[in-house]
Each structure stands twice: as structure tokens, then as C-alpha cells.
Design a protein around this ligand. Structure first.
Ligand code: GLA
Length: 679
């Protein structure tokens, strides 16, 4: 027995020694660096500077390391038995810009462990030696410091861990549980959707009343114009748009558990999209794989899952429904290759779309609307037939086919506008004086004018990535919404930056005229860099809520672009919270104003039609932050009833301010109503 005890004591005494002896050095460059996030397209390099030169900081050369650029983050998971992280850091000498300035920071389990302070070009490397014992989640970050955020090339030179347990593992982001916040819709009826709806007098009319509650439900509409008819079983209103003016209709829906009433103003006039259009677009899920069947299925899913009951209405086909030329470089499947047009010049859908009219009939029968896509240039972005020199003929055909929405994508038009077609009567993009704004407007004005005269309401979506400050003139050329930047798909980690940029154009956001920061890409989406097959999106659950919150605060068009055939409960909960969507669909049409608080945190404040305020407490930083919404910043006074919109729960009455801890990349979305107002 005694012998055993002695043996145990000896063993116990040996363990730390053995552990210490077992400590090994793991080079960061030996780990999987595919999780390293950074700004821009070029890839960070291993053992080279960002622009491919030997690693060099303040004249000192290093053999190993990572050459990246701000803003760059790398998350690692550890077992708590990593001892130290060591490296030399600084701005790379090849950054080639005198004003380059960055800050390196290291966070362990949400707390800052080390910071370099501002490091500038030419400064000698700073040595890092951080104790990690017990740390399970590590973040290595390089941020911009100072005004310039273009050439901030930064090196983690000779970066290594001293570990006595398992090797650290790089990960996309700290793991988070996907918590469902949106309460299940109650069985009692609830009317959702916008309170105003625009149409053009005399055109075909279609509106599905969005309502949740246990079906069967019975719909009614008081004071519905005589030219319209409501199907009481499914809430679909059809007919001919009434004469010019505002027609105030009282909608009513009931089931065995209750009744709900709401006013809808049908405004018949010149303006469509009085609230941001909502729906689904195939692009980020199916790219050049889209088929007629997918579009029909999408309509079915939107109805079956309840998306249509909270306002999603458009089922929009994007690029690749037409033919590509035989000699297409990015040759698609043979069923998408063929003649562009028939003998009369009518554009031909490819073989995956045997009958466009039958497809839109199918979508319309569910009370939903259909959207289509083309380019003002000879080819679309995907290399398929565009509308160039057939603009009117194509638009008329789209209307005959029954489409209700047109996305018009600049793409190959750049070549024409540059003077690429000497026979064309277009305004050259450049003249001696420089870029010509009229040339940016020209193709959109042409199509806008055509659409306005069609005997069909077609929402006109300008897609030209913000060229010529499109937000300033999109409405003038007949557009209802316009992309404010390039494709978001490839840079999903930039949702905060994109929302903030988009908010700079808030002055142009109003009913019938919307800034569009691109589609909601959550659930299963395909990698935009290679038209990939749908996979779970890389965003954390918190980031997905933030995406939706930021878009709603921005009054952005809400188009989900993930795979509808793989919708899960969590994704649906992010997409389908009627109180969150109400912020987006508010009749005032304001885009929230931004109140900056710290470099990482800000408020977004959106005035709503009933006098209340939607407020986003936003944290774009890498760790949780405390954010205070002061009444003076929100623009309210006195006691406010604060409601958490995601949880659909009043949090109480507050005076002066409201404070919350906002998670990494999170938005706490609130609605503030004056406690004394009767509204
Ligand atoms: C561009 C647009 C995308 C999509 C593709 C289709 O990249 O910005 O939204 O329409 O073209 O090719």
C-alpha cells in the first residue's frame, strides 16, 4: 500500500515536469489559415508580405510569418493549455505608403490581452509575448489606425505558440448557439405587411394580404374599390387598379380564435414600391443552375413556410434564364446555349424555361409576383443575351409574360457607353471633361421611360453598383431601387461597413425610391466567387440577426437570396419577424441616421410613422461592448416604453437612456414609444 502511495506521489510530482518538457512550439503558419479574414480580394500570404515581397518590418527581414492587411482577424480555439503566443509585428516595408498605420491587438476569451499601439511605416517591429494559460478563444487582429485604410499591410512575423496541450485550431468565428428569438406567430390572426401600396391606374392589380394565424382564416376588405376583388379564403386581391387617388381600405381577417383589423391605403398614381420591395431572388443560391421548377418551388415554399404571410411577395429570377452564345467562354450547360432571338427579334428563354407565361401564372396564382433580369448591354454579367437595341421589344415581352419587376444590370453596357459601338446612338461615358453623368443615366432613363408606359406595373431595379452616385438620380430616370455598391456575396463579413456606407445616402431614401445594399444572404448560400453550390452561410447567428436588423433600419429592399429548398427554423426566424419587418416597411420610408459612439459602436435611429423610433444598438467590434442609447441621441424626451423587437417583448419604461451589452457583431433592435403619448 505504502509503496503505491509513494509511487503516486512520485508520479504526481513528475506530471508538471513532463508537461513542461512536452511543451512544443507550433508555428502559426503551420495552421489552416483559410479562416483568416481580411479586407479586399488579394489573399494574405504565408512567409511573404501582402504584396508578395520578403517579410520586412523597419528594415528587419523575417523568414516566416503572415503578410496581411487591415482589417484582418484570425480566431483560434484552444484547449486552455497553450502557454504563450510570441511574434514580432509591424507595418510591412513593402506597404509602399508613407501614411500606413495599424494597430495589432490580441484578445483572449473576449478580453484584450495585448495591444501594440499605433504602428506606422518604417517603425521597428514590436515584440509580442503574451501568456495564454487558460485561454480558450483567441483573436489576433490588425485594425486600421488613422485616416488611410487602403495600404495598411501588416505582418505577424515569426508567430508561434508554446503549447503543452493540443495545437490551437483556427476557426471562422467563436462558436455560438443558434438561439431562436422570434416568437412563433400566435394562432389568433395578425395583419402584417405595409400600410400603403402603390399602383398605376388601369393596370392589372395583385396583392396578397400578409397575415399570420391559424388557417383557415376569412378575409374581408371594407371600401375596396369596385374594380378589385378579394378572395375571402386566401386574402388575394386581384382586378384592375382603381382610378387615381388614395383608396383607404379596412382589411379584416378572422379565424376561430379572433379577429384583426388594419387600414391599407391603396395609392393609385405614378409611384410604385411605396415601401421597400420584399421577396426572394435566385442568384446567391442557384446562380447559372436556375430552372423554371426552382422558381415555382420558391413560390410554393414562400407560401408554405409563412414568408408570404409576413410580406415577402416577389419571386425573382436573376441572370441565366436566356441563352448564352455557342462560343461562350464560361460555357454553361448545353441547355443554356442557343440563339438569342427568334426571326422577329423576340428574346428566347433557354431550355430550362419552357414557358415563361405559365411560370408567372403559377406564381401569380399564389398571390405572389414575378421578377425578371436583363442588362442594357449586349450581354448580361453571366454572358447571356442582354437587351441592347431591343429594349422596348424585351420590356413589352416581359410584360406580356406577366413579370412585375425588372432588374437591369449594367455589366456589358460599360463597353457600349465607352464608345464601343460606333453605330450606337449613346452618350459616351467619357469626354474631354471627364466622366459623363448623362452616360450613366442614359440606358436607365431609356428603360425607365419604356416601363412607365407599359400596361403593367413593373418595379424597376437599377443594378449598376452605385456608378455616378445613382442614389442622386435613380428616381429621376424611373427607378424604384438601386444597388449602392458591388456584390455583397463575396464580402459577407462586411455587412456593417456596407450598412454604414448605405446610410450615407439616407437623404434619397423615400417611398418609391430605395437604396439597395444587396440581398439577405443567410441560410444556405453559394460562394459568389465561384458560383458555388449552396452551403450554410459563414455568418454567426448574431451576425445573421444583425444583417436583418441593419437592412430593416436602412429601409432596404428585403430580398432573401438563400436556398429556399433548405430553409431551416433558425433562418426562417431571422427572416420572418413581423415586428422587425415593420421597421423596414414603415410608410415614412426613412433610412436610419447613424449616431457614432466609439470606433466599434454606433446607434441607428429610424423615425417611424406612428411617432415612435426604431433604434439599433450596434457593435461592429470583435468583442461584446456596452452600448448606451441616450434619449438626446435618439431625439426623444421623457419616459419611453422600450420594446425588444426580436423577442417582441416590452422591456419596461426607461427615462434618459437605455443601456445594453451588445455581443460581437451584434445589433440590439428596439422600438421606443413615448410612455405618455396616446398614439
Ligand atoms: C451582377 C449583379 C448580381 C447578379 C449577377 C448576375 O454581378 O450585381 O446581383 O445579378 O450580376 O450575373
Amino acid at each position: 500500500m505504502k509503496k503505491h502511495i509513494i509511487h503516486l506521489i512520485i508520479c504526481a510530482a513528475l506530471i508538471p515536469l513532463a508537461a513542461a518538457r512536452a511543451a512544443e512550439t507550433v508555428l502559426l503558419t503551420q495552421l489552416d489559415l483559410s479562416h483568416l479574414h481580411f479586407e479586399g480580394w488579394a489573399k494574405p500570404k504565408t512567409d511573404q508580405s501582402f504584396n508578395g515581397k520578403p517579410l520586412s518590418i523597419g528594415g528587419q527581414k523575417f523568414e516566416h510569418g503572415i503578410g496581411t492587411r487591415a482589417l484582418s482577424t484570425l480566431w483560434l480555439e484552444m484547449d486552455g493549455r497553450s502557454e504563450r503566443f510570441q511574434a514580432s509585428v509591424g507595418v510591412d516595408d513593402a506597404a509602399g505608403y508613407a501614411a500606413a498605420a495599424v494597430v495589432f491587438s490580441i484578445f483572449g476569451d473576449g478580453k484584450k490581452l495585448w495591444e501594440s499601439g499605433v504602428m506606422t511605416n518604417g517603425q521597428p517591429a514590436r515584440t509580442v509575448d503574451v501568456r495564454l494559460k487558460g485561454v480558450r478563444s483567441l483573436l489576433l487582429m490588425v485594425d486600421h489606425a488613422g485616416e488611410n485604410n487602403k495600404f495598411n499591410h501588416a505582418d505577424w512575423a515569426e508567430p508561434r505558440f508554446v503549447v503543452s496541450g493540443a495545437k490551437p485550431r483556427t476557426v471562422n468565428a467563436p462558436r455560438e448557439e443558434a438561439v431562436i428569438l422570434t416568437p412563433k406567430p400566435p394562432r389568433e390572426p395578425r395583419l402584417n405587411g405595409p400600410k400603403v401600396y402603390g399602383c398605376r391606374p388601369g393596370n392589372p392589380f395583385l396583392y396578397r394580404i400578409p397575415a399570420t394565424g391559424e388557417r383557415p382564416m376569412q378575409f374581408a376588405a371594407e371600401a375596396l374599390p369596385a374594380s378589385l376583388h378579394l378572395d375571402p379564403t386566401n386574402g388575394i386581391i386581384t382586378g384592375t387598379a382603381p382610378g387615381r387617388g388614395t383608396h383607404t381600405v379596412t382589411l379584416r381577417v378572422k379565424n376561430q380564435y379572433g379577429i384583426a383589423t388594419r387600414t391599407l391605403k391603396i395609392i393609385s398614381g405614378d409611384t410604385l414600391a411605396l415601401t421597400p420591395p420584399m421577396g426572394w431572388n435566385h442568384w446567391y443560391a442557384h446562380y447559372n443552375r436556375v430552372t423554371d421548377a426552382m422558381m415555382r418551388d420558391a413560390a410554393d415554399v414562400m407560401v408554405k413556410t409563412g414568408m408570404a404571410d409576413v410580406g415577402y411577395a416577389y419571386v425573382n429570377i436573376d441572370d441565366c434564364w436566356m441563352n448564352a452564345p455557342e462560343d461562350a467562354k464560361r460555357s454553361p450547360d448545353p441547355l443554356r446555349v442557343g440563339p438569342f432571338r427568334d426571326a422577329a427579334g423576340n428574346i428566347l428563354p433557354n431550355k430550362h424555361f419552357p414557358d415563361m407565361r405559365a411560370m408567372t401564372d403559377y406564381i401569380h396564382a399564389q398571390g405572389l409576383k414575378a421578377g425578371i433580369y436583363t442588362s442594357p448591354g449586349p450581354l448580361t454579367c453571366g454572358g447571356f443575351c442582354g437587351a441592347y437595341q431591343h429594349e422596348e421589344q424585351d420590356a413589352r415581352l416581359f410584360a406580356e409574360w406577366g413579370f412585375d419587376f425588372l432588374k437591369y444590370d449594367w455589366c456589358s453596357y460599360g463597353h457600349i457607353a465607352q464608345g464601343g459601338d460606333p453605330k450606337a446612338k449613346v452618350i459616351p461615358l467619357w469626354n474631354k471633361a471627364g466622366p459623363n453623368l448623362e452616360a450613366y443615366k442614359y440606358p436607365y432613363r431609356l428603360m425607365g421611360g419604356i416601363l412607365e408606359k407599359l400596361p403593367r406595373d413593373m418595379v424597376f431595379n437599377l443594378c449598376q453598383y452605385g456608378l455616378g452616385d445613382v442614389w442622386k438620380w435613380g428616381a429621376e430616370v424611373g427607378g424604384h431601387c438601386w444597388r449602392t455598391a458591388g456584390d455583397l456575396g463575396a464580402e459577407l463579413n462586411r455587412i456593417f461597413a456596407v450598412a454604414l456606407k448605405n446610410a450615407e445616402y439616407r437623404e434619397w431614401s423615400k417611398p418609391g425610391s430605395w437604396n439597395d445594399p444587396d440581398y439577405i444572404q443567410i441560410g444556405y448560400i453559394g460562394d459568389a466567387r465561384n458560383n458555388g453550390e449552396p452551403k450554410p452561410c459563414p455568418l454567426t447567428p448574431t451576425e445573421q440577426y444583425s444583417f436583418m436588423s441593419l437592412w430593416c433600419l436602412s429601409a432596404a429592399p428585403l430580398f432573401f437570396s438563400g436556398d429556399l429548398s433548405r430553409l431551416d427554423e433558425f433562418t426562417l426566424n431571422v427572416l420572418c419577424n413581423p415586428e422587425v419587418i415593420e421597421v423596414d416597411q414603415d410608410s415614412l420610408g426613412e433610412c436610419a441616421r447613424v449616431v457614432p459612439l466609439t470606433p466599434e459602436t454606433f446607434l441607428m435611429v429610424k423615425k417611424l410613422e406612428d411617432g415612435s423610433q426604431a433604434v439599433g444598438l450596434c457593435n461592429r467590434g470583435e468583442v461584446a461592448a456596452s452600448v448606451v442609447a441616450k434619449w438626446s441621441d435618439v431625439g426623444v424626451a421623457g419616459k419611453q416604453i422600450v420594446r425588444d423587437l426580436w423577442r417582441q417583448k416590452d422591456l419596461g419604461k426607461y427615462d434618459g437612456q437605455f443601456k445594453a451589452t451588445v455581443p460581437r457583431h451584434g445589433v440590439v433592435l428596439l422600438r421606443l414609444r413615448s410612455a405618455i403619448s396616446t398614439k
